[in-house]
Design a protein around this ligand. Structure first.
Ligand code: NAD
Ligand code: ZN
Ligand code: ZN
Length: 361
């Protein structure tokens, strides 16, 4: 028996999102239906609505969620009905060439549900990042469910499902930030602030937050930034060099995804430093860099898919740190809202008024 529930849908490029009745099928083999309890509003949802990811409208938005498994299909063994889970958008296959090499975080064939959720008229929905969790129930592949300690409240826990994991992982997994390192983070939204919190967890000594909005810089200080730079007023490359003995940082993280910002990150790092791109560019963006600078500066230019995380390893670990008071997930929750408030939350995100609005169901 399929379920009819309310969900937030982006019907066409740039159009405001609407609440629609959606049809969620019973889980088939390997699938699970999850009763969503909370789902954060990530900038990637807005990228989808703006047509910046692809043109597969209509989208069922929302992908940063926690909830309880309410049904499982045939052959599902990793979760059972009643389990409290965080949803992930990279359920590794274990069989592709990346997985076979042991690099599961790069899996090239990640799993999503095989069946489609639809509108009442049968129109197939494209769930954002294969999740679609601005809905009372959603259908996913069982591998997209990671069990965590139910002591962590869903509004905080769900954020690990995308932005916070991406940011923490960009610093710790992709950037390899270690004790004593210097780090600069460009763009202090949910993802950038998580990179700052991750750098602090990893023991970075200098953490420089860069943004064009003073309010964001103030919040970044609360997350662990030791210095802030407003790049609208000050050249961030010069400022970062001045704060690091004239050299630049060991790890520079672009959490905006814009060519001008990437270039700043590229030049703000020390020799042999690492640049990490975790912000998502749109398909029209280009960069031009002198090849001699790419060579001469050494180090690495890396992009960070989902913070190079392994949900099975990283979600329970970060939830444990949260419950021990060592990682403040609550600080990312600016407000809790209802399903009908997602469009308003995009507006607040645009104006820089929130770190994360979280839909609570
Ligand atoms: N790689 C991944 O797996 C992954 C996962 C989640 C989100 N993302 C991407 O990360 C990016 C950030 O997401 P978010 O949810 O934190 O967004 P957000 O809107 O909350 O934050 C963006 C921040 O960047 C700042 N900013 C904008 N232009 C800037 C500039 N020129 N210089 C410095 N700062 C600038 C804004 O003031 C804001 O504080 C988005 O592109 C999102 O799609 C990537
Ligand atoms: Zn794989
Ligand atoms: Zn996201």
């Amino acid at each position: 028996m399929a379920y009819e529930v309310q969900g937030v849908v982006a019907r066409s490029k740039g159009a405001p999102v609407t609440i629609e009745t959606i049809v969620v099928p019973d889980p088939g083999p390997g699938e699970a239906v999850v009763d969503v309890q909370a789902c954060g509003v990530c900038h990637t949802d807005l990228h989808y609505r703006e047509g910046g990811i692809n043109d597969d409208f209509p989208f069922l938005l929302g992908h940063e969620a926690a909830g309880v498994v309410s049904a499982v299909g045939e052959g599902v063994r990793n979760v059972a009905v009643g389990d409290y889970v965080i949803l992930n958008w990279r359920a590794v296959c274990g069989q592709c060439r990346a997985c076979l090499r042991g690099d599961l975080q790069y899996c090239f064939n990640t799993h999503n549900a095989a069946q489609k959720m639809t509108l009442l008229d049968g129109t197939e929905l494209s769930p954002a990042l294969g999740i679609g969790a601005f809905a009372e129930k959603t259908l996913v592949h069982s591998g997209q469910c990671t069990k965590v300690d139910p002591a962590a409240p869903p509004a905080a826990a769900g954020l690990l499902g995308c932005g916070v994991m991406a940011g923490v992982g960009a610093a710790i997994n992709t950037g390899g930030v270690g004790r004593g390192d210097s780090v600069a983070v460009f763009g202090c939204g949910g993802v950038g602030d998580a990179a700052i919190a991750g750098a602090r967890l990893a023991g970075a000594a200098t953490i420089i937050a860069v943004d064009i909005d003073d309010r964001k810089l103030q919040w970044a200080t609360g997350m662990g930034a030791t210095h802030t730079v407003n790049s609208k007023e000050t050249d961030p490359v010069e400022a970062i060099k001045a704060l690091t003995g004239g050299f630049g940082v060991n790890v520079a993280i672009d959490a905006v995804g814009h060519p001008a910002v990437f270039e700043q990150a590229f030049y703000a790092r020390d020799l042999a430093g690492t640049v990490v791109l975790v912000g998502v560019p749109n398909p029209t963006m280009q960069i031009t860099l002198p090849l001699i600078e790419v060579f001469g500066r050494g180090g690495a230019i890396k992009s960070s898919w989902y913070g190079d995380c392994l949900p099975s390893r990283d979600f329970p670990m970060l939830i444990d740190l949260y419950l021990q008071g060592r990682f403040d997930l609550d600080a990312f929750v600016s407000e809790t809202i209802g399903l009908g408030d997602v469009e308003g939350a995009f507006d607040k995100m645009h104006k820089g008024e929130v770190l994360r609005s979280v839909v609570v169901l």
